[in-house]
Design a protein around this ligand. Structure first.
Ligand code: HEM
Length: 350
């Protein structure tokens, strides 16, 4: 294993790595952008990554009351195309799951941008700036505009996000520990779900509550009569010593009424990919096997991706790019070749 990216200074003491804005309060609006990187587009992507913080600031300064946040995730196939350094140990392509009854597909995704703000306009402005920097270098795979629904409910009518950890516990669930080479990073899993609203509405509220594992009106966890195949029963997990294994979720409803489309964009962040993957195995394969999550009888994933979310510090000072032959390019920040027309890159002065 080569040196991790946070330790590139050869042992000299470095300031602690800053995380991206992962464990932040849920907002009223979000945009999720998924791209694959085109052949030859790697340099453009590398040039954009350190610039995103500045693009965010430019939007935030004009709309401070709805300042957007953005989280960038990098997929397993993209990593070796962008960086010579070894990837984080748990970064791999999303593992497809097939439980017979329900399937979690693995779909393309080299880059994820999770943009959040109190206003859709602020999300849009930042997405537009990011797209401007990537155009010609990437192919869009998916674009989802999420919104906050009444009482923080999803489109199935249940409050979503209640058991998310808060404060220090949220940071502890989401961010890799400070002594790790990938300190302050996270793993993220995303799945875009479509709901079967006719099927769901044909079921009584009592039965819906047994599917989710909480009451519908006031969002209280079911007690002793919690079914073993409820969503809560299968995602509330612990390690071998009985310690809770937490993730940080930022699900958003989305949809298109004219297409009768009702969805939930699931996004979960954790310091260990294994925690997210254990939850998924419980849901799709079942725990014990066959005891799958009944929420899946009404919710079908259309996408599935695993990303590494590097620290802010990593994005601001990228490790060297790979070069043909496998050696690392000199770590110059990968600045593009200087302009020769004297325009300082702001256009022709002629
Ligand atoms: C259609 C997709 C999904 C929907 C609509 C959904 C909805 C919900 C709802 C309503 C709750 C109860 C309230 C709360 O604590 O937030 C919940 C809890 C939870 N969900 Fe999901 N969820 C979805 C997918 C997932 C996936 C894919 C995972 C993990 C990989 C997951 C992990 C969790 C966890 C960890 C909890 C908290 C369990 C507890 O400790 O009580 N969810 N979800």
């Amino acid at each position: 294993m080569t040196e991790g990216p946070e330790n590139r200074s050869g042992g000299a003491s470095m300031p602690p790595a800053e995380p991206q804005s992962v464990a932040t309060p849920l907002t009223s609006a979000a945009i999720f952008l998924t791209f694959t990187i085109d052949a030859g587009g790697e340099d453009t992507v590398r040039a954009l990554l350190p610039d995103v913080a500045g693009l965010r600031r430019a939007v935030a300064f004009r709309r401070p009351e709805t300042a957007p946040e953005v989280v960038i995730g990098i997929g397993a196939d993209a990593w070796p195309r962008l960086f010579a350094a070894d990837p984080p140990p748990e970064l791999h392509p999303f593992v497809e799951l097939d439980g017979g009854r329900h399937r979690a597909p693995s779909t393309p995704g080299d880059l994820l941008f999770h943009i959040q703000a109190e206003s859709p306009g602020a999300c849009f402005a930042l997405a537009d700036q990011i797209m401007g920097g990537l155009r010609g270098a990437v192919s869009p795979v998916d674009e989802v505009h999420g919104f906050q629904y009444f009482d923080r409910r999803n489109l199935l009518g249940f409050v979503d996000g209640t058991e998310n950890p808060e404060g220090v516990e949220a940071a502890d669930a989401a961010y890799i520990d400070a002594d790790d080479p990938f300190a302050a990073g996270s793993y993220a899993i995303v799945q875009k779900y479509h709901h079967d609203m006719d099927g769901w509405n044909a079921v009584s509220v009592e039965e819906q509550q047994r599917v989710v594992g909480r009451t519908k009106l006031d969002d209280i966890e079911l007690g002793d009569d919690q079914p073993a195949n409820s969503h809560v029963a299968l995602t509330d997990i612990a390690d071998d010593d009985g310690n809770d294994l937490s993730i940080y979720r930022a699900n958003m409803p989305f949809g298109a009424p004219t297409e009768d489309l009702h969805g939930t964009y699931f996004i979960g962040y954790a310091k260990r990919a294994d925690t997210l993957e254990r939850m998924l195995r419980n849901m799709f394969l079942g725990d014990p096997p066959g005891n799958y999550d009944r929420l899946l009888d009404f919710s079908t994933p259309q996408t599935g991706n695993l990303y590494f979310v590097p620290s802010q510090s990593f994005l601001g000072d990228l490790p060297a790019a790979p070069v043909a032959g496998g050696a690392a390019a000199e770590d110059t920040g990968d600045a593009p070749a200087p302009d020769t027309d004297g325009s300082l890159g702001i256009g022709s002065l002629k």
